[in-house]
Design a protein around this ligand. Structure first.
Ligand code: E4P
Length: 214
């Protein structure tokens, strides 16, 4: 299972790489806006420090605009993956880009058939947003189960990125389902490593060790 970090923050990406937990990065316009810097500069910096796939999202709504942006972004590096929204125009763009050999990540997927359509269009990745489904009292992880079955049924090579992750249980459930990738915010990435009983246990070991030192 690969872990991507879901952020456009350079410091978080560097820390995640240092933890050995960054196989790739996903960004989106909201994450880039939080950085309050020139987004093109931020994107270039991310590309310069990450060797794995980096998802960069287009903002055009029409197929021609999406393809034009995608070709420019793809020129930033071989690891650039173009994030395309799950819309009719988006799927048309995915089909064209896939024929050109440009990697795509179909984003804002909220139901399994959308993922099937993206895979049929040749998407490299699909990103179902589980947290946002949980937020509206729909079982987000349910669509990961369904997409996994559908992709296995037909042998699609499109990889599933479990997105909109809010907590470590989302990562656990994704792993139990055998999801290819989880894209994880930095705060959750840190939570994955720690457990209060680990801290208490370590403290006790060190205290007991100290008591027998002369
Ligand atoms: C995925 O690629 C998105 O960037 C992200 O996971 C969206 O998560 P959110 O629902 O926390 O905004």
């Amino acid at each position: 299972m690969k872990f991507f970090i879901d952020t456009a923050n350079i410091d978080e990406i560097k820390k995640g790489i240092d933890m050995g937990l960054v196989d790739g990065v996903t960004t989106n316009p909201t994450l880039l806006s939080k950085e309050k810097k020139d987004p093109n500069q931020v994107i270039k910096e991310i590309m310069s420090i990450v060797s794995g796939p980096v998802s960069l999202e287009v903002i055009s709504k029409d197929r021609e605009g999406m393809c034009k942006e995608a070709r420019q972004l793809a020129g930033l590096g071989e690891n650039a993956v173009i994030k395309i929204p799950m819309t009719e125009e988006g799927i048309k763009a995915v089909r064209i880009l896939s024929q050109e050999g440009i990697k795509t990540n179909v984003t804002l997927v909220f139901q399994p058939i959308q993922a099937l359509i993206a895979a049929k269009a040749g998407a490299t990745y699909v990103s179902p947003f589980i947290g946002r489904l949980d937020d509206i009292s729909s079982r987000g992880m349910g669509i990961i189960e369904d997409i996994t079955i559908i992709f296995n049924n037909y042998g699609f090579e499109t990889e599933i990125i479990v997105a909109s992750i809010r907590n470590p249980i989302h990562v656990l459930d994704a792993a139990l389902l055998g999801a290819d990738i989880a894209t994880i915010p930095f705060n959750v990435l840190k939570q994955l490593i720690s457990h209060p009983l680990t801290d208490i246990g370590l403290e006790r070991f060190l205290k007991d060790w100290g008591s027998i030192q002369r």
